[in-house]
Design a protein around this ligand. Structure first.
Ligand code: PMP
Length: 427
């Protein structure tokens, strides 16, 4: 690790938690240079939904490379882009009766969000954007302004403008319907809130603690948008591409956002790609008005087009639902056995987590799990949630083995705590 400590900026983060040098990876497994294996319950923070080195996608990439396919092309028309667009329409949009124009911003989530905010402001002629408590939308100035986390916001070193924060679903507990607060504040010309161009939200807050918006709440928010001529932007950068069990995270709620941001796993193989999906009526860009050098990542188009075929497989979708249940059952059992340690189980699909009464227990669990060969991370404003997000393609037996490590690591944390406290955990 010395090379990284000496040469890499202090800003590095994950290599501080996962203190080894990785060399190889396959589906939900990683190996370090010493040959030690790890089960991956992090999946590139959601960029590896189809696993590491997915063989089906890799063979398409190798074929394309060997045929001298164009790799970089700005946003010129290429065969790879044509095939991706056609596949996206046929396999994702049409079966869901969705109609969006596809914009390629720079290949990161934050760039998709920046473009979404710009277009909402351009369409409505308004500047204010409503975002929610504990939202995470990215690290560049515009999207950081819509991000709740104080530490991350402070990193901007300047005033972050143009956003108003409202309480997310469940922020004051289940008894308070925060959509009513939102509606009142926007309805009321005396509330001090400038009429917003858009509301941006995650249906499950991946970085903000796995808070999950209810379907009713999402529908109410959509209605409020319609009532006041505001655009509804769903940031599906982390929750899209199947993380919550359906391709788009908002499918179950039956809402139809005006703009959808996708990145992370849309590139299929962990390759950088982002999409901003825009309702055709709002596609009011001038040519080149939101530009970028790396919008034509043709390798990502090849990988993405192949990955989309998973969504035509009933077996894949069924497997996803079964693994969601497997994960939930196990986490509920762990939580029920340790009520003094674990407050609740949160999340949806293959992103679920344990919320700890004391934030440091979540970090301790992740550190202990890493020692035992499992990679997982914390989430939430206090890092109080131990988050589990394996590749969607994880084999059920590898998922089980990983969960067994979580269980053992939890016992170890409780044992450590016991020396100074009175925690108990049913075995
Ligand atoms: N939006 C959401 C919901 C995210 O989870 C993230 C990344 N964690 C981003 C935007 C930013 O994506 P990127 O890191 O690719 O800029």
């Amino acid at each position: 690790m010395k090379v990284f400590e000496n040469l890499e900026s202090e800003v590095r983060s994950y290599c501080r938690s996962f203190t080894t040098v990785f060399a190889k990876a396959s589906n939900a497994m990683m190996w370090d240079v010493a040959g030690k294996s790890y089960i991956d319950f992090f999946a590139g923070a959601g960029a590896l939904n189809y696993g590491h080195n997915n063989t089906r996608i890799r063979s398409q990439l190798i074929r394309y490379l060997m045929e001298d396919g164009v790799t970089h092309s700005l946003d010129m028309a290429t065969e790879a882009k044509k095939n991706f667009l056609t596949a996206f329409k046929a396999l994702i949009l049409e079966p869901r009766q969705l109609d969006y124009k596809v914009m390629f911003p720079g290949p990161t989530g934050t760039n998709a969000v920046e473009s979404a905010l710009k277009i909402a402001r351009k369409v409505t002629g308004r500047t204010n954007i409503i975002s929610f408590t504990n939202a995470f939308h990215g690290m560049s100035a515009g999207s950081l302004a819509a991000t709740g986390n104080r530490f991350k916001r402070n990193g901007a070193g300047m005033k972050l403008n143009g956003t108003t924060f409202m309480p997310y679903d469940g922020y004051f507990g289940q008894s308070v319907d925060t959509s009513m607060i939102l509606e009142k504040m926007i309805d009321d010309p005396g509330s001090g809130i400038d009429l917003p161009a858009a509301i941006i939200l995650e249906t499950v807050q991946g970085e903000g603690g796995l808070n999950t918006a209810g379907a009713d709440w999402l529908r109410r928010v959509e209605q409020i948008c319609r009532k006041h001529g505001m655009l509804l932007i769903v940031d599906d950068v982390q929750m899209g591409c199947g993380r919550t069990g359906t391709f788009f995270s908002f499918e179950d709620a039956g809402i139809e956002p005006d703009i959808v941001c996708l990145s992370k796993s849309i590139g299929g193989y962990g390759l950088p790609l982002a999409l901003t999906l825009i309702k055709p009526a709002y596609d009011v860009w001038q040519p080149g008005e939101h530009n970028g050098t790396f919008r034509g990542n043709n390798l990502a188009f090849i990988a993405a087009a192949e990955a989309l075929h998973y969504w035509t497989s009933e077996e894949f979708r069924q497997g996803l639902a079964e693994k969601e249940n497997q994960l939930r059952k196990k986490l509920k059992k762990l939580a029920a056995g340790a009520p003094e340690t674990i407050a609740e189980v949160r999340g949806k699909g293959l992103i679920q987590g344990l919320v700890f009464h004391k934030a440091e227990w979540a970090s301790a669990l992740c550190a202990e799990a890493f020692k035992r060969g499992l990679i997982m991370e914390t989430s939430g404003p206090h890092d109080e949630v131990a988050k589990i997000m394996p590749p969607l393609t994880i084999e059920p037996q590898v998922l089980e083995r990983g969960l067994f490590i979580v269980e053992k690591a939890l016992y170890a944390v409780v044992e450590q705590e016991r020396s100074g406290g009175k925690l108990s955990l049913a075995k």
